[in-house]
Every structure is written in structure tokens, then in C-alpha cells.
Ligand binder design. Structure first.
Ligand SMILES: [Zn+2]
Ligand SMILES: [Zn+2]
Length: 352
């Protein structure tokens, strides 16, 4: 079968590889319909290895590079391993990307995204930029008929946005600031609205992304190159600042800006993946009793994402800015995202 295999930085090859073997106990084989290119795939292409185990096998999966990328996907169950009872052949599913040990301290508290041995499909084990992929049956969520498979490929990043909102304890009526209107920022914006936020401010400088944020319902879109975002958010919240700020960039200055954006006693949630350390004076937290929390992936928010997509409170279609074939993934996927990052949100890849 055809697959996009990560060998090293700027070295992703579309090549013929053996189809995954018959699924083992507790596993299923999925025929991939659509798989989205994630920011972390792009990071691995440009600057990897970041998550990919390149030197030693991953402790949970036993795999290391070269590996097939791709973790935001939907497809159809074509084969089931021994003991699998939660799905049947022919059912369409969207798999959670997290493989977890099930026995560590945090797994036992159902917070598997911070499992000691956490592995992501398509980063620490072969993924879904391929015709077929094997995954554990416990990762599967069934797609209802009203969610086609291309929209189904968006459930993973939407779950990330919903998790960020939950980590922020966003309640109805709250005011929220989202830093960055890229793929995760835009799903987080929609998740904030679905949670009942009264005002959602998007802070973004790229023209195309500002328009996306407007279209998806931001109360105001603030360009930090034109106005002081902290002052502007204060002005729009009666001098207070927002209840919750969610950082979806991973920028050197934006994490501390998230803290400045929240009101006294407010909460900053960090969803972005940071390449460098940032500075913050902790008195900003101490003097105003502000909080900072991290948010990684999700634990169980797939059902919520499916429900909100199905009833239309979260829109998937506007996020899809490209559909390409697996053969084109380097040129029309990764290189396109590098050259035109701002005008793209989600590029979906079809292996067929
Ligand atoms: Zn992703
Ligand atoms: Zn664990």
C-alpha cells in the first residue's frame, strides 16, 4: 500500500510499504478515508524529530522512525482482532490518537493524555497517511450518518479545542480571549461559544485568519500589530480583562500575554506547543491570584466533539481549505503550508 513515511527532517517519502498485518488482540484495521495535516506533522517535517522517537523504540509501542505520519483521521473498520466487541466491520469511525498504558497513576484517574507512556498514532507508531492503519479498539468513536468522513477527520483537533475550554473551566456567560486563529484557535473559538461564552475575542495578525475568526463568530478580532491587545480586551470587558485566555500559538511572548489578558483571579490555558522557554514574572500570578494551566490533547472529548458537530454548534466545513491526494502530500501539503501558512487552515489528504 501507499504511505507517507517520515525518515527525517524535510525527508517524508510517499512509498510502497507492506499493508499492516492482521490486527492483533484488541486491535482493528481501518481503511483510511481522510486524514488531516496537523501543525505537529508540519513541525516534524520542518524541525523534527520532536515527538517521533528517532533514537530508541517508544516504550509503549516499541516503534521508532521511519514511521508513517497522520493522526487526524476517519475511516472504515475492515478487520477486527480477537476480543474486539465495540465495533463491527463496515462501521465508520474516528480514532482518538492517544495510545496509553492504562495502568499508570494518571491513566487510572482517566487522564490518559498525560499517561507516563503516552503515544500518538502517526508520531510514535505508524499513522494514517496510508491506505490502512491498525489502532487499538479502545481509541475508536463511531461516526453518526450526519458526519461524513472528511468532517470526521476534524474531530481530533476539535477535541483538542474542547479540552482547552474544559481546562479553562469556561462557564456560560464567561468572556474568553483566544490567542491565535490557526486550526486549533478556530476550533477553540467555536468550542468557547458552544460552552456558552458571552464574548470571544480572537487575537490574530494574519489577514486570512482574521477573516476566518470573524466568519466563525468571534465577538471581535484584535490585531496585535495594530492595537495593544491587552488594552483593547480590557476596554471591551469594562476594564476587567477576560475570565479565561487560551494560548493556541506556542509563541515566545504569547503565554505571558495570555496571563495579562485575564482578569484578577482569571485563568490562562496553554494549548500551544512551545519551541523556546518564555519569561514571566510570577508576581503577575501572586498579586492577582491568576492561574496558568497546561492542556494536552484530550481525554474523552471525542463524544462531545461528535455531538457538537452533529447538531451544528461547531462547523467543520469552513475549516477545510484543501483536499489533496497522498502522492501530493509533500508539495501540496507540507510545502504549501510552509509557503501559505496563513491562508490555510486544514488540508485533508485522501489515500485513494
Ligand atoms: Zn493534531
Ligand atoms: Zn498510563
Amino acid at each position: 500500500m501507499k504511505a507517507a513515511v517520515w525518515y527525517g527532517r524535510k525527508d517524508v517519502r510517499v512509498e510502497d510499504v507492506p499493508e499492516p498485518p492482521a490486527p492483533g488482540p484488541g486491535e482493528v484495521k481501518i481503511k483510511v478515508h481522510w486524514c488531516g495535516i496537523c501543525g505537529s506533522d508540519l513541525h516534524e517535517y520542518v524541525a523534527g524529530p520532536i515527538f517521533i522517537p528517532a533514537q530508541a523504540p517508544h516504550p509503549l509501542t516499541g516503534k521508532q522512525a521511519p514511521l508513517i505520519l497522520g493522526h487526524e483521521f476517519a475511516g472504515e473498520v475492515v478487520e477486527i482482532g480477537e476480543g474486539v466487541t465495540n465495533v463491527q466491520i463496515g462501521e465508520r469511525v474516528s480514532p482518538d490518537a492517544c495510545w496509553h498504558c492504562g495502568t499508570c497513576y494518571m491513566c487510572k484517574r482517566n487522564r490518559y493524555s498525560v499517561c507516563e507512556k503516552l503515544a500518538f498514532t502517526g508520531l510514535m507508531v505508524d499513522g494514517a497517511f496510508a491506505e490502512y492503519v491498525n489502532v487499538p479498539a479502545y481509541t475508536l468513536y463511531k461516526l453518526p450518518p450526519e458526519i461524513p468522513s472528511d468532517i470526521g477527520a476534524l474531530i481530533e483537533p476539535i477535541a483538542v479545542g474542547i479540552h482547552g475550554i474544559r481546562r479553562g473551566n469556561v462557564l456560560e456567560g464567561d468572556t474568553v480571549a483566544i490567542l491565535g486563529a490557526g486550526p486549533i484557535g478556530l476550533v477553540t473559538l467555536q468550542a468557547a461559544k458552544a460552552a456558552g461564552a458571552s464574548k470571544v475575542f480572537a487575537i490574530e495578525m494574519a489577514k486570512a485568519r482574521k477573516e476566518f475568526a470573524h466568519k466563525l463568530g468571534a465577538t471581535a478580532v484584535i490585531d496585535p500589530t495594530e492595537t495593544d491587545a491587552v488594552e483593547e480586551v480590557r476596554r471591551l470587558t469594562g476594564g476587567l480583562g477576560v475570565d479565561v485566555a487560551i494560548e493556541c500559538i506556542g509563541g515566545e511572548k504569547t503565554a505571558s500575554q495570555a496571563v495579562q489578558l485575564v482578569r484578577r483571579g482569571g485563568r490562562a490555558v496553554l494549548v500551544g506547543i512551545f519551541e523556546k522557554p518564555s519569561e514571566i514574572h510570577f508576581n503577575e500570578l501572586v498579586f492577582c491570584e491568576k492561574e496558568i494551566v497546561g492542556s494536552l490533547a484530550y481525554y474523552g472529548e471525542f463524544d462531545t466533539a461528535i455531538a457538537l458537530l452533529a447538531d451544528g454548534r461547531i462547523a467543520g466545513e469552513p475549516l477545510i481549505t484543501g483536499r489533496i491526494k497522498l502522492d501530493e502530500i509533500v508539495e501540496k501539503g507540507f510545502e504549501e503550508l510552509i509557503a501559505h501558512k496563513e491562508s490555510n487552515i486544514k488540508i485533508l489528504v485522501s489515500p485513494n
